[in-house]
Design a protein around this ligand. Structure first.
Ligand code: B3K
Ligand code: ZN
Length: 896
């Protein structure tokens, strides 16, 4: 094990302020791929609020030190070591100059300064700046930056950094220089540099105060025709933040740059956002409706960070959710407003359902496993492992609960106070909570538990109707389930849970709500505040026994336990005025059936599906008063991983069998309806990227997918071939290809193979589309005779495959390991052996990406005994061979 792999645990409780501050930095880069020379000149002073230190300790990694000078004179009292640079004998305030060299061309970690397609890019969050120069690389050290970049002009005509361009000049020997100045103080993780052969789509806009701003989306020249949607999304995001939060763009120019080698989605560097191409490039031929929506969301997310993250940043990395949870909440609201406006509840519910589905499938699972941690973690080994569903998605739910408690206006008051108090500062989650509390005159002490306790709360609901007194009592009790030990030790007491509820009468209409003690009835949805372990809320004047609609709009990230009958669920699915809960009722109904079927499948018993379930789905399918997007969501069965997670012992094969059985039953029983829906929701004419048109495409393609499940899939094949050939957009073309792949599981593979070849040839020059081509094959249904691991292994040898590009690695390897559970969890353990090989191979190149893949097995203890043992063996092999801190933390926690 190398020294960098030793597992030093960093604890929140150990936070101390930095002993020194760096007020300003002047960076000079001489860009050369093999050896880039960096000179950093810093104004350093002792921090009056910290204990005095004997020496200055700077972080540095993978650097070659050239020289150290203080106030212009060489300073020999220094020592470079594996983790950085120690400088002794420093005065109280001084100018520190450091010269060093880094090696971008050999940097496969994609953290720090690296080369992609011959261009230079940086990624500094969380701790990449230390791979560029020696620094106090922690978010509570905020400095102003000026950056001078020098490079060969022909090879790197465009030179970008944060802030404003203040100088550009030509140098001897075909080199040139650019100087950038960022007027805002920022932590080092927001530094960015880009250099290379790039072109930009440009727009000039005026912000609310009348100032003109330059917006640019930079890409490689052949991608310029795919930048319009990102630019439109950026403009929408700028206007939205002005309207909803009164927050204006503060720089004269705002740039987005796309890069194809990138570890995650995008990065909010001040004024110079760097994006994975996947979240920038789109036109109808290459991008699906989902891609378009994701681009809007991610462009919004990174832009919103300009205030929530950059202007007000995190004191330390334990506070990550301060910026991430809040910014995810903001991007969710942005997307909902773009989809449905502020008022169209049903359209907004579509976005809410999509977000909750991700939360429940991914975050609830994380919270039940060895990586369980609070929204504000207490410790970490490698911070990059804590960019998690909990910090992001559960964090966003925690922020949403403030808005649910205080309303939109109250939430806005809190935000305003937060910026008034903390603009320009590095602060904590407590500071945010205090701003919300003070602005609304509330004590939110108990609410802190949402930040400190891990695990998913369960709320058991009991109801009692007293017809003589016309009273309806709702008793809510909260507890954590059988949480993983990592979560259990954080659980100290009951939470403040906003629990939205409505009561539905016999005719399906909402009843007016009056709680005991209230003077009159008001409204039809009430947010109950559960603060105790158990509490009873009594509604009065209730004329008839109601059906409760619980946790409307998913008002808190919890699991609700209430025994509805199938008939009641069908009634809610048909009638609830809360669109989220209509969907939820259908999911509950399906989940219950599917889990019962999975148990039977595991015991080799015959399967059958209740007609009432088919009837409930048929009603949704044929109800033209519901939006197509909603119907699509309601007709998609709960995912296999989500179902497996609900079993006492997860059995992916049984879950797959049960889910396939229900899909086939719904396909067969409703064949005519699916065909009719397919025909009715075609979108002829020119492609329109609107949410409405996307809704039609989504429902139509779902119909196609169900038809492909029929024993005789000839209808699906006929429709899919025609759709593939005539498609004028990627949504339809990809859906047709998927349907052909699905139909090929029962029928001849000829059409599927032909379409796959055609697809590849057509899009050979579009890497993001080729990623789809790999992913579709990795996630396709297999069988005993045709295991998909064989396809995946074969595709690993395809000339277009490479482990070095994270998108490509994800498209094949991650898609198989996380997106094809029935095949990945093959009884012979072949999937796990493959997983171990790939984690180890990736670890040598890119620990961050390897660690993500490593997480695919973390829930191994939840599986059936035979699978569990095979998973353990694979984990142990990785534990013995992995060298990075990133992967070791994951596998060691899994095995502990
Ligand atoms: N803040 C970045 C994530 C950085 C991840 C570092 N491993 C993107 C975002 O959440 O906006
Ligand atoms: Zn973010």
């Amino acid at each position: 094990m190398s020294d960098t792999a030793t597992s030093t645990v960093i604890r929140r409780a150990d936070y101390t302020p930095p002993a020194f501050l760096i007020d300003s930095v002047a960076l000079e880069f001489d860009l050369v791929p093999e050896r880039t020379f960096v000179k950093s000149t810093m104004r350093v002073r002792r921090n009056p609020d910290a204990a005095p230190a004997a020496r200055l300790d700077l972080m540095g990694e993978a650097l070659e030190l050239v020289s150290v000078a203080i106030d212009g004179a060489p300073h020999p009292a220094h020592r470079a070591h594996e983790h950085g640079l120690t400088v002794d004998n420093v005065p109280d305030a001084f100018e520190l100059s450091i010269e060093s060299v880094c090696k971008p061309a050999e940097n496969t970690t994609l953290s720090g300064l690296y080369v992609s397609s011959g261009n230079f890019f940086t990624q500094c969050e969380a701790e990449g700046f230390r791979r560029i120069t020696y620094f106090l690389d922690r978010p509570d050290v905020m400095s102003t930056y000026t950056v001078t970049i020098r490079a060969d002009k022909a090879a790197y005509p465009v030179l970008l950094s944060n802030g404003n361009l203040v100088e550009a000049s030509d140098l001897p020997d075909g080199r040139h220089a650019a100087k950038w100045d960022d007027p805002f103080k920022k932590p080092s993780y927001l530094f960015a540099l880009v250099a290379g052969k790039l072109v930009a789509l440009e727009e000039r806009i005026r912000t609310s105060s009348g100032k003109e701003k330059l917006l640019q989306v930079w890409v490689e020249p052949h991608d310029l025709d795919k930048t319009r949607h990102a630019m439109d999304s950026l403009i929408d995001a700028i206007h939205w933040d002005e309207e909803r939060f009164g927050l204006e763009l503060d720089l004269d120019r705002f740039m987005i740059v796309a890069v194809s080698d990138f570890n995650m989605g995008a990065m909010e560097n001040k004024g110079l956002n760097i994006f994975n191409t996947k979240y920038v490039l789109a036109n109808p031929e290459t991008a699906t409706d989902t891609d378009f929506a994701n681009i809007e969301a991610v462009v919004g997310h990174e832009y919103f960070h300009n205030w929530t993250g950059n202007r007000v940043t995190c004191r330390d990395w334990f506070q990550l959710s301060l910026k991430e949870g809040l910014t995810v909440f903001r991007d969710q609201e942005f997307s909902a407003d773009m989809q449905g406006g502020a008022t169209d509840g049903a359209a907004r519910a579509v976005k809410r359902i999509e977000d909750v589905r991700v939360l429940r499938q991914m975050q609830f699972a994380e919270d039940a496993g060895p990586m369980a941690h609070p929204v504000r973690p207490e410790s970490y080994v490698e911070i990059n492992n804590f960019y998690t569903m909990t910090v992001y998605e559960k964090g966003a739910e925690v922020v949403r609960m403030y808005q649910t408690l205080f309303g939109r206006e109250g939430f806005r008051r809190g935000m305003d106070l937060y910026f008034k108090r903390h603009d320009g500062q590095a602060v904590t989650c407590d500071d945010f909570r205090h701003a919300l509390a003070d602005a609304n005159g509330r004590d939110l002490t108990q609410f802190e538990r949402w930040y400190s306790q891990a695990g998913t709360p369960r709320i058991a609901v009991r109801t009692a109707y007293d017809s003589a007194a016309r009273r309806y009592a709702v008793t809510l009790s909260q507890r954590y389930g059988d949480a993983a030990p990592a979560a259990r030790e954080t659980q100290k007491g009951p939470l403040l849970i906003p629990f939205a509820i409505g009561l539905i009468g016999r005719d399906g209409a909402d009843l007016p709500l009056r709680l005991e003690g209230e003077p009159a009835a008001g409204g039809t949805t009430r947010v109950l505040e559960l603060t105790e372990a158990e509490q009873t809320f009594t509604f009065v004047d209730v004329e008839q026994p109601p059906l409760p609609s619980l946790l409307r709009n998913f008002s808190a990230p919890v699991i609700v336990e209430y025994d509805y009958t199938n008939d009641e669920l069908a009634f809610l699915l048909a009638n609830d005025s809360d669109a989220f809960n209509r969907w939820e009722a259908g999911q509950r109904l399906a989940t219950r059936e599917l889990l019962a079927l999975a148990e039977r499948a595991a015991a080799n018993e015959p399967l059958s599906l209740d007609d009432s379930v088919v009837a409930a789905f048929a009603r949704v399918l044929t109800d033209e008063s519901l939006s197509p997007a909603f119907r699509e969501l309601a007709l998609v069965l709960p995912s296999e991983p989500y179902l497996a997670e609900q079993m006492a012992e997860a059995d992916p094969a049984a879950v797959h069998m049960a889910r396939q059985f229900v899909r086939q039953r719904l396909a067969t029983a409703l064949r005519e309806e699916w065909l009719a829906v397919y025909a009715r929701h075609e979108t002829p004419g020119p492609f329109e990227p609107t949410p409405q048109a996307a809704g039609h495409r989504g429902l139509k393609n779902l119909a196609l997918a169900y038809l492909a499940e029929l024993d005789d899939p000839s209808d699906a094949i006929r429709l899919a071939v025609a759709q593939y050939d005539s498609a004028n957009n990627m949504t339809d073309r990809a859906a047709a290809l998927s349907a052909l792949l699905a139909a090929s599981a029962t029928r001849s593979a000829a059409q599927a193979d032909g379409a796959l070849d055609d697809f590849y040839r057509r899009f050979e020059r579009e890497p993001l589309v080729i990623d789809k081509w790999f992913a579709m094959q990795a996630t396709q249904r297999g069988s005993q005779e045709r295991p998909i691991i064989d396809t995946v292994r074969r595709l690993m040898g395809h000339p277009a495959f490479t482990l070095r590009n994270p998108n490509r690695a994800r498209s094949l390897i991650f898609s198989f390991c996380s997106g094809n559970p029935a095949q990945f969890h093959a009884a012979d353990g072949s999937g796990y052996a493959f997983w171990a090989d790939q984690v180890i191979a990736l670890d040598a190149l890119n620990p961050q990406v390897a660690a993500r893949l490593a997480r695919a097995l973390e829930l191994w203890r939840r599986y059936t005994p035979a699978l569990r043992e095979r998973m353990r063996a694979a984990l142990e092999r990785v534990a013995a061979q992995a060298s990075s801190r990133d992967v070791r933390e994951i596998v060691e926690k899994a095995l502990a």
